[in-house]
Ligand binder design. Structure first.
Ligand code: RTP
Length: 147
């Protein structure tokens, strides 16, 4: 079953949006497979965003991510990578549709509340980076359609 890495960024934690964001993924029907509140250091944040190291906003982005605790999560379900990105909304909140997390709760691209893996392969890498200890194996026993 497909998995994705979702991170509530420091602004999302500080603004008290953790419960709201988790609720949106739960109510959609996805399964929470990993969850931790963690403050990362600069080398770790630089590794997570290594693909963006040449961008002019890279240093500011790293400062932002290390500025406070984040909520790191693994969510599982059919097409969760693509659907997770739809739930999150466009990178720039100015372009995010109302009803998406960024569309409802963010204004600035530099404080856009949440991260979600952009592909199955990057999800695999990000889950390995953020959860080196591994994640619990569990499956709902309620119904076959609960992923
Ligand atoms: P994310 O990785 O956080 O889910 O975001 P994304 O795929 O939607 O966007 P990406 O292009 O990978 O950018 C990563 C994060 O960098 C910040 N950013 N700032 N100041 C700027 O112009 C700018 N552009 C991007 C955002 O926090 C974005 O989510």
């Amino acid at each position: 079953m497909e998995q994705t890495f979702i991170m509530i960024k420091p602004d999302g934690v500080q603004r008290g949006l953790v419960g709201e964001i988790i609720g949106r993924f739960e109510k959609k029907g996805f399964t929470l497979k990993g969850l931790k509140l963690i403050t990362v250091d600069r080398p770790f944040a630089e590794k997570h965003y290594a693909d963006l190291s040449a961008k002019p906003f890279f240093n500011g982005l790293v400062e932002y991510i290390i500025s406070g605790p984040v909520v790191a999560m693994v969510w599982e379900g059919k097409s969760v990578v693509t659907t997770g990105r739809k739930i999150i909304g466009a990178t720039n909140p100015a372009d995010s549709a109302p009803g998406t997390i960024r569309g409802d709760y963010a204004i600035d691209i530099g404080r856009n509340v949440i991260h979600g893996s952009d592909a199955v392969e990057s999800a695999r890498k990000e889950i390995a980076l953020w959860f080196p200890e591994g994640i619990a194996e569990w499956r709902s026993s309620l119904h076959s359609w609960v992923y």
